[in-house]
Design a protein around this ligand. Structure first.
Ligand SMILES: [Zn+2]
Length: 755
């Protein structure tokens, strides 16, 4: 039973949502504590608390494996990234043995485009200086084939040398002054422009040459298209394109990406129809190419998201990528690269990273439904001077191979959809008060962190995928400052609410259309029940406060439960001024300085500007925060903002869970329907390095109890916890499944087999 001690522990942002809200909030004062200790309808006879559970949907029809494309059965991907020196020193047999013993299904082998690893005759495909006419690529392909591993022909179309530049000056990316853009680390290499004939002529020539000489399964380009940002080139072709960074440019960029993608895919298929082309992707919510179009075209989403970076320092960077893939692939293949080497701002490209960090990235890959891909940059014998990465990867791969069926996901179990706003991520410059390309990054991290700490089950939803059939599974949609929404997208969200869905939105959501044209009012103003009274504003000194209009109410609004002994709550750093609404529960306290303290008080105590606007119609609930609350939470970590977000999400979802995991600790949970049954993944982020740097050690967690309501007729055969390697007892009562995972080290997977 919940008691004060549990609340104090869990209330620190660790699993609050695991406990019925009324009980948690009641625990704040002794009188309510007594009430919370009385048996309630939410408690079973056994005394354990039972959450409000949304039943899982009926199980999907069985897959016909025979008709699935071959790449759908790939479960492990390996790559020793080859250097120019490798043909002189690499032991090909040893290289192939390593990946084979790790049970890799497919290996990447470098053809390249910067340096040929075979005796290429394509003009400007420079032979590596240690190649000496040897067919190094061909020997590697043969060694992989001998071990029944598939082969990806890996190319790099992003850079080339001075002789190519001299013959084809039009191939180069140019600066504004017309000068050539060179590789920042190796100035002998120039950057090739993706709009130039380099991509139309040179790349296809290499592909056709490879097809004519070798038996490869598919083609891949590294270094193109750009990930995480859009290119800026001023060559003759690009000068005639819309200005870089604009919606019109993004359209032209996407058209070119998909034109080339289709062309390369057709060339891959000239040799055999089940071959295909795929490319370097990633960038999570800031992926360069339009993710909706990509999801329709790509049969392999290659997430080049190899580890934490200075700009993406949180431990969940890989699951965030996985959720992006899941939003657009409809079950098609995605692999995420784990850099076994030391990724990051200060990197060691040929040195192993700490095993705890590499393994967590692999855990996240599996947990978020992607296929693990392990990668090291070789040299010397092809396996590296630092060989510590090898055992880490092969042990991990071999463990996954024992449980492939449970890691092959079919669909996610989530009842909240978070709109990711790819165009906002790429094109929105931030509000007028705080122009910053990092604005949406901070916003996304804020809502992500808050959702994890509340243990909510959520998916990402792409703004171009708002069809009703995709949204029906969600009790609520969240729109964290999704500034750019087309009229159609606004209509789809409106229809979703009309059909009974709930939403939570913030700040400049819907204030711009898909072309970044500003509307006078948010495109969702009618739905949100708001009217702007001006442009976004920020404070000078203090961030805003929000005044609780009825601070000592005996029955506070559910989003304010738990806030006692205060008239003010922290508000956002920036906000949209709104016209008054009826009966606001929070109002804006006017901004004031924090220094000098003599002047640190509001110029007047009370305004009628709402700090949150709530509405309820039929089964829909709507919450709008005019401030940038998610971002302000990310910048500060303020527990009141977290609590307010949690209360609000529980209010709009009516506190319904789809998979409910109760216990202590900071975890990320991802749950899936699988072919054998279901898989519940728990990632343990309770770690001093969760938000920065690498994991150095693991801090295990105690029991975690899982509740879920199975569809009618589904029976449970077993619940196995895969890391611990044992089965656990379970209860199935009126279709509610309940079991406890006794301990979580870094990661645990509860694999439920059903009949
Ligand atoms: Zn160009």
């Amino acid at each position: 039973m919940l008691n004060r001690r549990n609340f104090l522990k869990t209330g620190l942002g660790t699993g609050v949502a695991a406990i019925p809200m009324a009980a948690v909030l009641g625990a704040l004062d002794p009188a309510s504590m007594l009430a919370a200790e009385q048996p309630s309808p939410q408690q079973s006879v056994g005394g354990a608390s039972t959450p409000k559970l949304t039943p899982l949907p009926p199980r999907m029809a069985a897959l016909n494996r025979a008709t699935e494309p071959w790449q759908q059965s790939i479960r492990r991907v390996g790559q020793s990234n080859m250097t120019e020196h490798d043909p002189a020193v690499m032991n090909i047999e040893e290289w192939a043995d390593y990946w084979h013993s790790a049970e890799a299904d497919i290996v990447f082998i470098s053809v390249t485009g910067i340096l040929a690893f075979y005796p290429s005759r394509v003009p400007f495909h420079r032979h590596g200086k240690y190649l000496h006419g040897r067919d190094f690529f061909g020997e590697c392909v043969a060694a992989a084939r001998k071990r029944s591993m598939h082969v990806v022909a890996r190319m790099s179309p992003d850079l080339n040398w001075g002789d190519a530049l001299e013959a084809h000056p039009e191939w180069a990316m140019r600066n504004k002054d017309g000068s050539v853009q060179f590789c920042s680390q190796e100035p002998r290499l120039f950057k090739t422009c993706m709009f130039s004939t380099y991509m139309d002529d040179y790349v296809p020539a290499i592909m056709r040459e490879v097809n004519s000489l070798y038996d490869v399964d598919c083609f891949y380009t590294n270094g193109w298209p750009p990930i995480g940002s859009l290119p800026e080139c001023h060559c003759a072709i690009c000068s005639n394109l819309p200005a870089a960074g604009t919606p019109a440019y993004w359209q032209a960029f996407n058209d070119r990406v998909f034109e080339l993608w289709r062309k390369y895919d057709a060339i891959a298929k000239e040799k055999k129809p089940d071959s295909f082309f795929f490319a370097n992707l990633g960038g999570n919510v800031r992926c360069g190419p339009n993710l909706d179009r990509l999801g329709k075209l790509a049969v392999w989403f290659q997430a080049d998201n190899q580890g934490r970076t200075y700009n993406d320092p949180a431990v969940w960077g890989c699951t965030l990528q996985g959720r992006v893939c899941n939003a657009v692939l409809d079950g098609k293949f995605a692999a995420n690269v784990t850099g076994a080497y030391s990724t990051g701002e200060v990197g060691w490209r040929n040195g192993s990273k700490t095993p705890e960090e590499a393994i967590m990235w692999l855990n996240e890959t599996l947990a978020s439904g992607m296929v693990p891909y392990y990668h090291f940059v070789g040299s010397e014998d092809g396996l590296g001077e630092d060989r510590r990465w090898q055992k880490v990867g092969s042990d991990y791969f071999r463990w996954t191979a024992k449980h492939d069926a449970h890691f092959t996901t079919r669909r996610s179990l989530a009842n909240i959809g978070v709109i990711i706003g790819q165009s906002t991520q790429l094109l929105y410059p931030g509000p007028a008060t705080a122009r910053s390309r990092a604005y949406m990054h901070e916003t996304t991290q804020g809502i992500y962190d808050a959702l994890l700490k509340g243990r909510f089950a959520f998916d990402f939803v792409h703004e171009d995928r708002l069809e009703p059939e995709r949204l029906t599974k969600y009790r609520a949609l969240l729109l964290p400052n999704i500034a750019m929404l087309s009229d159609l997208q606004c209509k789809q969200i409106r229809d979703y609410v009309r059909s009974g869905g709930s939403i939570m939105a913030s700040f400049e959501t819907g204030l711009y259309d898909e072309n970044l044209h500003r509307r006078p009012q948010s495109g969702l103003a009618d739905l949100l029940g708001i009217q702007n009274a001006g442009d976004a504003i920020g404070t000078n000194g203090n961030a805003y406060y929000a005044r609780i209009e009825s601070p000592d109410s005996a029955s506070p609004h559910p989003i304010l439960e738990g806030f006692t002994h205060t008239n003010w709550l922290p508000g956002a750093q920036n906000r949209i001024p709104l016209k008054p609404v009826q009966n606001p529960i929070l109002t804006v306290v006017p901004g004031f300085v924090s220094y000098p303290p003599e002047l640190a008080y509001p110029p007047f105590p009370h305004t009628d500007q709402p700090a949150v606007v709530l509405a309820e119609t039929a089964s829909s609930r709507i919450a709008y925060f005019p401030g940038d609350i998610e971002r302000t939470y990310w910048l500060t970590g303020h527990g009141d903002l977290l609590h307010l977000l949690h209360n609000t999400i529980r209010w709009i979802t009516r506190d319904e869970s789809i998979v409910h995991v109760e216990g202590e600790g900071f975890i990320e949970t991802l749950s899936w329907e699988t072919t054998p049954g279901y898989a519940i993944h728990l990632l343990n982020y309770t770690n001093p390095n969760a938000h920065h740097c690498w994991l150095q050690s693991i801090y295990p967690l105690g029991p975690q109890t899982v509740h879920m309501k199975l569809p009618q007729g589904v029976r449970v055969k077993s619940v196995e916890i895969l890391k611990a390697g044992k089965t656990v007892p379970f209860q199935l009562d009126n279709q509610t499944l309940r079991f406890t995972i006794p301990r979580v080290e870094d990661y645990e997977v509860a694999a439920i087999t059903v009949t």
